[in-house]
Design a protein around this ligand. Structure first.
Ligand SMILES: NC(=O)c1ccc[n+]([C@@H]2O[C@H](COP(=O)([O-])OP(=O)(O)OC[C@H]3O[C@@H](n4cnc5c(N)ncnc54)[C@H](OP(=O)(O)O)[C@@H]3O)[C@@H](O)[C@H]2O)c1
Length: 263
């Protein structure tokens, strides 16, 4: 566990156009980090860059789809061009779906796994040679409480977040010798665009106020605190901690409890 200064850290943040990623760019920018951000919606990245420039926070962006191998490679090229390397990679981009597995299909499962699991893992693969030369390097994977305890109606999303959890644990142990830290952040329900961008299920209408859950800004502050403290795993809410604790203590009871959800 290495405490690190975020001032001047060179950070790559995925999924920066809304919600947690956007809030994290603002939080890290305020703390003096140098940021390269990415997402598909370029106009949002441009506006965020302009907003932050008003507070003398300089950012860079490369727009594109994180599932595109070419985009992942150009992110690293841009990081080297802008900063000479990176110290922190934040894998935050994600998407979900709600609905019964039996009513779902292979395309949905594959898309969720591509965005939430294969893309961050493959971004780690291309970033590692550069990260290993960074200062107090760190990989931050934004998982979910649902990567600790699965629930019905979100089978694909739970699979992806469990996989990201497993990858984080494995790579953390593997990278001890090369001194690259790995932090798994597990938010609970968060106020963001997430429930407006679902691939399936009842979507919140665009423009609707998402009032459930922790504000993205609080998730971002707690995440930045965990990064600075060199934490390896952080579950952000007491409800999330209780869910995980009860599940470890007595899985059959939790199986019965969660089987009632979503009906
Ligand atoms: N909201 C919650 O309740 C909650 C709870 C636990 C964990 N999380 C996790 O937190 C992370 C951030 O989610 P959020 O709540 O902030 O949701 P959000 O507001 O919908 O943000 C998702 C971000 O991911 C980007 N993204 C999605 N698909 C992409 C793709 N194919 N290529 C590139 N970027 C893509 C989106 O940008 P573009 O659409 O512009 O590409 C957006 O910037 C996700 O990993 C999510 O699983 C969320």
């Amino acid at each position: 566990m290495v405490k690190r200064k975020l001032r001047d850290a060179r950070v790559l943040v995925t999924g920066a156009s809304s919600g947690i990623g956007r809030a994290l760019v603002c939080e890290l920018g305020r703390r003096g980090a140098r940021i390269l951000m990415t997402a598909r919606r370029e106009e949002r990245l441009q506006h965020l860059q302009q907003d932050l420039a008003k507070s003398q926070i300089k950012t860079h962006y490369v727009a594109g789809d994180i599932t595109d191998k070419g985009l992942r490679q150009s992110l690293l090229v841009a990081a080297v061009e802008c900063f000479g390397g990176i110290d922190i990679l934040v894998n935050n981009a994600g998407v979900g779906a709600v609905g019964k597995f039996i009513e779902s299909d292979e395309a949905r499962l594959r898309e969720i796994m591509e965005v939430n699991f294969f893309s961050p893992v493959e971004l780690v693969r291309v970033a590692l040679p550069i990260l290993q030369k960074g200062i107090n390097p760190m990989i931050v994977n934004v998982g979910s409480v649902l990567g600790h305890r699965a629930i019905p109606q979100k089978s694909e999303y739970c699979c992806a977040k469990f996989a990201l959890h497993g990858f984080s644990d494995a790579i953390r142990a593997e990278l001890v010798a090369s001194k690259v830290d790995v932090l798994l952040v597990s938010p609970s329900t968060t106020r963001s665009d997430f429930f407006r961008s679902l691939l399936a299920g009842r979507q919140e209408p665009q423009g609707a106020v998402v009032s459930r859950g922790m504000p993205s800004e609080v998730v971002a502050r707690l995440t930045a605190n965990a990064m600075a403290a060199g934490r390896h795993e952080v579950i952000l809410t007491s409800g999330g901690k209780l869910l995980v604790w009860l599940d470890r203590l007595c899985p059959p009871i939790m199986d019965r409890v969660v089987s009632q959800w979503g009906h």
